[in-house]
Ligand binder design. Sequence first.
Ligand SMILES: *Cc1c(COP(=O)(O)O)cnc(C)c1O
Length: 345
Amino acid sequence: MQSNLAIAQAAMPGSKIWAVIKADAYGHGLENGLHGFALADGLSLIEFDRAVKLRELGWTKPIMMMQGMFESVDLDVISQYRLQPVVHNHEQLEMLSKARLDAPLHVHLKINSGMNRLGFLPEQTHDAYSRLTAMPAVGAISLITHFANADSRDVSPDVATQVATFKKHTADIQAEISLSNSPAILMHPEVRGDWIRPGVMLYGGSPSSGDAASFGLKAAMTLSSRVIAVQSIRAGDSVGYGSLFRAERDMRIGIVACGYADGYPRHATTGAPVLVDGVRTRLLGRVSMDMLNVDLSPVPQAHVGSDVTLWGDNLPIDEVAAAAGTIGYELMCAITPRVQRKVRS
Ligand SMILES: *Cc1c(COP(=O)(O)O)cnc(C)c1O
C-alpha cells in the first residue's frame, strides 16, 4: 500500500493525496489503510462511524466525507471530529445554513461536470459558492468533481470535456480543487489538481482494462486457502451443483475451502484462473457457498493441504474479476467477515 501510494505521488508530483479508504479500505481493513497510507495528506471515505474510528486511532490530518451529511445530526459528528464534508445538493446547503457550530467547517463543494451522480449543476456553482461563503458554519471551501470515463478514451463525456466544463464555471473562484481518481491519475497526467483521490490503485487493482503491474502497482491483498479434498474422477463424471463441469478424460480435481460466502464470486465459471502450489490452473464448475473445485492436471503433486491462491500475489485480481464478469474493485470489497485476515510484515 505504501509503494502504491508512492506511485500515485510520482504520477502527480506536487498534488496532495486524499487516500480513498471507503468500504473499509476497499475490503483491506480500515486500520491497514490507516497504516499503509500514513504518508497521505488526507483520508477520504463515506462512513461516519469509520471516520470517528480513524480519529480514535490517532489520525490527525484531514478526513473528507465524500457524500457529506445525510441528515443534520451528522453535523454534530462532523464538527466534533473535524471532518470535512462534501456538499453536493441543496438539502445539504439548508442543513449547513441552519447549523450553529463551535468552529467553521472546511467543506468541499461538488460540481456535477457530466457524471450526473452527485453535485450541483455547473451553472449553479456560483450561487452555491456564494451561499456557502455567507454561512457562519462554513470556513474554507474547496471544489471537487468526479470523472465518468477516465478509464476510456472514446466514451462521452470524456475527461477533457468534464475538465473544460468544470474550469469554465470555477475559473474566477479561488479555491483548491480535487479532480482525479485512479484512472485519471494513471491515464490523464495532463489533468492537474491541488489534490488527487486515488482509490483502487492504492490497493494494487487496475483502474482500467490494462494490467495493474504495467503501472508498477502491487497487490495489497492475497486471498488464499488450501485444498481440503482430492477426487479422482472418470471421463463423463461431473463436479458439484448443477454438474456444470463434466470431465472429458480421467482427471484429479481439488476441492478448495473458499466459496461465495467468503466473497469469491459465484459468477466465475470454468476456466477462471487459480494457483495451486504456485502453479496456474483453472476453476471447474459452479462455485458453492464454502467450496470451489479446481483442475489438478497441471499440478500432479498437489494434495490435501496444498496452498491455493485465489487472487493476489502472482495472480492479478483483475484477471479473476474478468472471468467472473466484474471488476477487481468489487471482489476486494466483497471479502466477508469470516475470512481470517493476516497482515503481512
Ligand atoms: C471511490 C471514489 C474515488 C476513488 O476511485 P478509484 O477509481 O478507486 O480511484 C475517488 N473519488 C470519489 C468521489 C469516489 O467516490
